[in-house]
Design a protein around this ligand. Sequence first.
Ligand SMILES: *Cc1c(COP(=O)(O)O)cnc(C)c1O
Length: 395
Amino acid sequence: MKNLIEIGNELFINTYARHPAVMVEGKGCRLKDAKGNEYLDFVAGIATCSLGHCHPVVTEAICRQAGKLLHVSNLYHTMPQIELAGMLVDHSFADKVFMANSGAEANEAAIKLARKHGGTGCFEIISLEGSFHGRTLATVAATGQRKFHIGYEPLPVGFYHAPFGDLEAMEKLITNKTCAILVEPLQGEGGVRPLEKEYLQGIRTLCDKHSILLILDEIQVGMGRTGTLFAHEQYGIRPDILTCAKALGNGMPIGAMLTTNKVANSFKPGDHASTFGGNPVACAAAVAVLKTMTSDGFLEGVKTKGEHLHKCLKSIADQYNRLCRGVRGRGLIQGLVLDDSIADKGAEIISTLFKAGILVTLAGGKVIRCTPPLTVSIEEIDAMASVLEEVISNL
Ligand SMILES: *Cc1c(COP(=O)(O)O)cnc(C)c1O
């Protein structure tokens, strides 16, 4: 008889290299599979289940809303959507919100808005090498990694990529057709690479100098991940457009594009839309997430625990300095950078950790990325680090 994993592998188009587990249950930082194996989850659905699995406040909000109203489309207003938009505006630079269902869709909305704002002939967007912005054709074109482009050309035109960390090279790419610069304050998929403070401030200055928009993709690092609700708050700058998704709904599919009144005015009724965008149940979940994250002490806790995680990884990196290059990240997104000599061992390390009940991801090919739920405990961080150290020591 075939097992569930074999059945799954026969049924699905082969786009994912999945670990051999059927996950059935989660609570906090713990996951359980169909065989009863338990896992300590330092992936959290890729920085998505930031309040942990099945947080009672989120589950309650979903159940309550599901019993009331599931969907009406954006032909009408709904209570949860208005409440969520109000909270996003209250806690950010933004005046206006557009609701989507995913990160890529939030970025698509941002790209379309920037092009509308730029006007006819002003459509070019500059992003960074090593970036990741999504899997739709436009967001793939914005993504600064060749491996995501192969096989899909011709891609939408007008996307240019500046080398990471080089302001001068970026300015050379700006033309009178440029409408926006799009960057992540910290590159997640690209290998947990934070932008230096002066660098992102310099990008803001370039945008002001050339009257173009700054779009921040905070899909992975927004929503408390770095210790502030949005990562750019630590840079002393404001974007013109910001996209968030992943942790916004703690696992319910939702994305949002935030912007100022001035920029928002470029969209008129009919210019953009989404059937499911701002779905009442997803919005109810997101309201519960925002209330929890903005409650007293929550973000302080993320900072403290982030420093602890950094310290634990740093101690491994120092002890095995022939195998590890160092540690980088902000708050509770931290990456252990493998030395080039063992960079090809990344997938094997992740798989060994998986067998030992520890879930982490590989980012940028050679970075062991930790994105635990923000509700993770110091003990859980220590438990993960001790298994990771053992795996590294056996290399
Ligand atoms: C995950 C991610 C996206 C894409 O989000 P989806 O919800 O998978 O479409 C875009 N940008 C960044 C920075 C991401 O981490």
